[in-house]
Design a binder for this molecule. Structure first.
Ligand code: AG3
Length: 284
């Protein structure tokens, strides 16, 4: 039988993958969830039709969401992950020797359980003694923890449904208040090809909220357009520079290196224009 899953990334574009096994299909309170085995990308977590990760390329996304802000901070001890119920971001955070506690504020317990069952290489870190699971509303968690975290990582789904509030200026404000001095916030902020308005609005919100901000990019083949963006807001450290400390063991990562960290902030002209870092050029 020839089974295919297609994510419709726009009404006119889809990414179609041949499915060798459907491991799970479940309706939760928040998501229509599937875990699929695909021929091209390994296992995949799909929520409401959108690919959240594949075991072939999740390392790029999770390493870049976690290590850029953690390395910029230098000595993170308490870290919050909002969303990210698959555990991939937490797994990367745990690689930092200075980290003492990671809190995962995820709204959907069923996503956590499914990933623990079917994606152990992604979710395995969730049983680490340094990890606390806070199942519930991430916005409420951030609001009720002022001055608590060195680094906050927003590992959300697309800005539709439950995740919409994670893309609001009020939420960023609460994140700033939840930071300790010198703290850093990073968020996944969609594709510069398909989500220009989201990126433009998000970056102006970051700039209005944090004294130091940055935008960086990484390739994620299974996400819409394959080019993904992240934004970072800092109360002190320059986010584009890894602190001069030997935080990560050499060889612990497959995508992230200090050189990749700095290079990821070098933006193509059209991305600089769309987030307002340069004036749009007048082109013939
Ligand atoms: N969160 C970002 C997924 C966005 C992908 N969008 C899409 N496929 N339409 C990923 C969660 C992984 N921890």
């Amino acid at each position: 039988m020839d089974l295919w899953f297609t994510e419709y990334q726009t009404p006119a574009v889809g990414l179609a993958c041949r499915v060798t096994r459907t491991l799970l299909r479940q309706k939760t309170a928040y998501h229509d969830m599937a875990i699929l085995e695909t021929e091209a990308f390994g296992r995949m977590l799909v929520l409401n039709g959108a690919i959240q990760l594949s075991t072939a390329d999740e390392f790029v996304y999770h390493e870049m969401l976690a290590h850029v802000p953690l390395q910029a901070h230098g000595r993170p001890r308490r870290v919050l992950v909002v969303g990210g119920g698959d555990g991939g971001t937490v797994r990367e955070v745990l690689r930092h020797p200075s980290v003492e506690e990671v809190v995962l504020a995820e709204i959907d317990q069923e996503v956590v359980s499914a990933c623990q069952a079917y994606l152990p290489e992604v979710a395995g870190g969730l049983s680490d003694p340094r990890v606390t699971l806070a199942i519930g509303d991430g916005v409420a968690h951030v609001e009720s923890h002022p001055g608590s975290y060195d680094v906050i990582l927003v590992d959300s789904t697309d800005p539709v449904g439950p995740a919409t509030r994670l893309f609001s200026r009020e939420f960023l404000e609460s994140c700033r208040r939840a930071l300790r001095p010198g703290g850093v916030v990073a968020a996944q902020t969609e594709s510069p090809f398909y989500h220009r308005e989201v990126m433009a609005r998000c970056f102006s919100d970051f700039q209005a909220t944090f004294p130091v901000t940055g935008v960086y990019l990484a390739p994620v083949p299974t996400y819409p357009s394959g080019l993904w963006s992240f934004m970072v807001g800092s109360l002190g450290p320059d986010p584009s520079r890894p602190a001069d400390l030997d935080g990560l063991a050499a060889g612990a990562t497959r995508y992230y290196t200090p050189e990749v960290h700095r290079a990821a902030f070098v933006l193509p002209r059209f991305v600089q224009e769309l987030v307002g870092l340069v004036q749009p050029a007048v082109r013939p």
